[in-house]
Design a protein around this ligand. Structure first.
Ligand code: PLP
Length: 458
């Protein structure tokens, strides 16, 4: 058979196998039966190439994780060398790439504390919740077990992380979830949950959390978990006062403050870590995604030393952290992560993200007059454009129009994200979070295609 015929047959059979065997996340499969998903075969820098050879500028870095860009052979080399040397060993004992990475993370975070590894952002958050509850049980003998998070937050897919996730549409079919999780309003200035305007609001989104704590009984609240910027829930950037106020409330009532830096870590917001943007130090930080730029699974839960020290009572056989996972801190993942961090540091990618993010934001300002553009929000290389049908009433642009805008960009070779709600009116934020190595030409392409896409829907 001629070569083209064989490769055509391979292509057809791969597509067939996809439809017959693969259960994709977050998609209605009836759609894929009609139009199979694009299959990406290659990637380099900010670009991915599909099975038909078409290139796309990846404006969301996979799932906002490929911070250093695709195709870094030195990352593949680091993993390969480590796999040959020591392919696996659990961290009940130890190995050098995990030790070196833990030390490196503490140095970068300027944390005196400890690092616990797992495999995904969800797991890192589950770990933080369990540590928080056990910490309180072992310090005050207290009954502090409640975890407070914000509406629109996303903290993961496992039952605890989903319980902290406060997006009704993601939870609906899996309830009842884990008891002891409470939700408060987010710092969403464009649609202020308190009907106020920034400047005369006394940052009620933060101060009202104190009321929740008081009404719940402060002695029952273990932790507050926040993403520094709510990412998947619509790129909600807090006012500058917000995170410092949360820190104060936590200190006043003995509550642990957990920052979910799964997205904001490793340069995304223009500093190495999101909390550094506001100068607020949490008690625990969870990291994933950019920790390996998505090349291999890895996550971390980092705690301050005083938390770790509550787990050291040898007279109590249950005082240590009774929690284990098979793959957390895997030698290849941790070795690769060290190399990934070296790239982020030597190429000064957080600074790049700040610079190019500011450029992108300035270029997006040319869209502000567009009738569908209600609000543009950004921090570093994480940008959101909230689309409305009516700028006065802020009625959200219908989902099918938002979908058409995203599809137009895709067909034009630019991948743009959108927040994933199926609730009417809550899926109208376009998301831009490219690799941190984005060039000006790439940024211009994103803005040009977005402009065309928005105009195509008028
Ligand atoms: N936390 C945040 C802020 C996230 O955006 C995500 C995933 O998108 C997670 C946690 C969960 O991470 P994972 O998908 O690795 O479990």
């Amino acid at each position: 058979q001629p070569e083209e015929v064989t490769s055509f047959q391979d292509e057809v059979s791969l597509t067939q196998m996809d439809v017959e065997s693969l259960w994709h996340p977050m998609v209605q499969h009836k759609k894929y039966e009609r139009t199979p998903p694009k299959r990406m075969d290659k990637a380099n820098g900010c670009y991915v190439t599909d099975s038909e050879g078409k290139e796309y500028l990846d404006g969301v870095s996979g799932l906002w994780c490929v911070n250093v860009g695709y195709g870094r052979t030195e990352l593949a080399d680091a993993a390969r060398e480590q796999l040959v040397e020591l392919s696996y060993f659990p961290l009940v004992m130890s190995h050098s790439p995990a030790i070196k990475l833990a030390a490196k993370l503490l140095e970068l975070l300027q944390f005196e504390g400890k690092v616990h590894f797992s495999n995904s952002g969800s797991e890192a958050n589950e770990t933080a919740f369990k540590m928080a509850r056990q910490y309180h049980a072992q310090t005050e003998g207290s009954r502090r077990y409640k975890i407070i998070s914000r509406y629109r937050a996303y903290h993961g897919n496992t039952m605890g992380a989903l319980s902290a996730t406060a997006q009704a549409e993601r939870r609906a079919k899996y309830e009842p979830l884990v008891p002891g999780f409470l939700h408060v309003h987010p710092p969403y200035c464009y649609r202020c949950p308190f009907g106020k305007t920034y400047g005369s609001c006394n940052i009620e989104c933060a101060s009202s959390i104190e009321n929740t704590v008081i009404h719940e009984g402060a002695e029952t609240v273990a932790a507050i978990i926040v993403e520094p910027v709510i990412s998947g829930g619509g790129v909600i950037v807090p006012p500058d006062e917000y995170l410092p106020m949360l820190r104060e409330i936590c200190d006043r009532y003995g509550i642990l403050l957990i920052f979910d830096e799964v997205v904001s870590g490793f340069g995304r917001l223009g500093k190495m870590f999101g909390h550094q943007v506001w100068g607020v130090k949490p008690d625990m930080i969870t990291l994933a995604k950019g920790i390996t730029s998505g090349y291999l699974p890895l996550s971390a839960t980092v705690t301050q030393q005083h938390i770790f020290e509550a787990f050291l009572d040898e007279s109590d056989p249950t005082s240590h952290f009774r929690h284990i996972n098979t793959y957390g801190g895997n030698p290849a993942s941790t070795a690769l992560s060290l190399k990934n961090i070296e790239i982020i540091e030597t190429e000064q990618l957080p600074e790049q993200a700040a610079k190019m993010g500011a450029y992108l934001r300035a270029e997006l300002a040319t869209l502000e007059d567009h009738p569908y553009v209600g609000d543009i929000r950004s921090k570093g290389m994480l940008l959101g454009i909230e689309l409305v049908a009516d700028k006065e009433t802020k009625e959200p642009l219908p989902g099918n129009k938002v979908g058409a805008i995203v599809s137009y960009c895709l067909e034009q070779g630019v991948i743009i994200g959108r927040n994933g709600s199926t609730v009417p009116g809550l899926s109208n934020v376009l998301i831009i979070a490219p690799p941190l190595i984005l060039t000006k030409a790439d940024a211009d392409l994103i803005v040009a295609k977005l402009k065309e896409a928005l105009n195509s829907q008028i």
